[in-house]
Write a protein that binds this ligand. Sequence first.
Ligand code: ADP
Ligand code: MG
Length: 341
Amino acid sequence: MIKLSKLAKTFQLKDGNVTAVDNVNLTIEKGEIYGIIGYSGAGKSTLIRLLNMLETPTSGEVTVAGKNMNNLSKKELRYARQEIGMIFQHFNLLWSRTVAENIAFPLEVKGVAKANRKKRVEELIKLVGLEGRGGSYPSQLSGGQKQRVGIARALANDPKVLLCDEATSALDPKTTDSILDLLVDINQKLDLTIVLITHEMHVIRKICHQVAVMDGGRIVEAGLVLDVFKQPKENMTKEFVKQVTEPEETEEAVRHLLANEGIGQILQLTFVGGETNKPLMTDVVRKFDVSISILQGKISQTRTGPYGSLFISVTGDNHLIDDVISFIREQQVEVEVVHGG
Ligand code: ADP
Ligand code: MG
């Protein structure tokens, strides 16, 4: 659905050049939710704006829905952009227009007749869960509702692709989740391809199929979300993955436990894919004469399977603990000795 080849964007400034996007190659399939994560300044917004030519590439090619976006005439570009909806962190709504009028705006621009506009706006209001709010003004809505208007407006012309630039970054966690649920819902109902950029791994974890990690204008790592969670290669990717897989208090809890004598060994188990449902801890204490306490755990669901870490302490004879470790490893669960051994 989207193909970027050797895409680059350099901004020329008075005191030098900034290469915001640097030789990016990327393929995004139809119906995928593709997340791009990176810290501030990584070049994410520039990259996503290159997809609909809000920025003109310095070099390289952009193809969206089979159309090469480079070198389009103004008129062709206007048509091509109807296939690409976009939502923003700060919603970018028209403040003097009602919800219904905001959603109708792209239809007016396209020249859709009034009766058809009205019908389409009603459908969209329903799709995004804003029934009864069509006559409200943006200032009368919560952040989550404003973003729902943004989504409805972006979908008005039946785009093939929806671009989301930090669409949940201005929202609280609960509202973020409700907007992410809505994005999944429209991805499935409309088979819509979604490209989203974010600095939060939670967003990637919750709704994306694929993820690319961006740093200094480059894509440093990319793949299926679960694969990247399982084996992050770059240090930056590891930092992002930790945001969602390691409980924040782990270090503190481990330090606290180390203060006690005879704590035994502390193990970190990493579960990937289908194994989280196995009664592994029960099996261990049944088979081996050791005792186990669970210190911390966090299991996250991704679109392609569960992923998580469990920290346990094991007390017993050292050779038994070695057997426990081998046994756990045989169950396709990764084990790292955090302390002891
Ligand atoms: P992100 O969205 O990941 O925070 P951006 O794409 O906004 O990153 O910015 C990447 C780099 O490009 C930054 O160094 C930024 O200052 C620079 N940049 C972005 N837009 C412009 C612009 N219009 N003019 C000059 N520099 C820009
Ligand atoms: Mg940005």
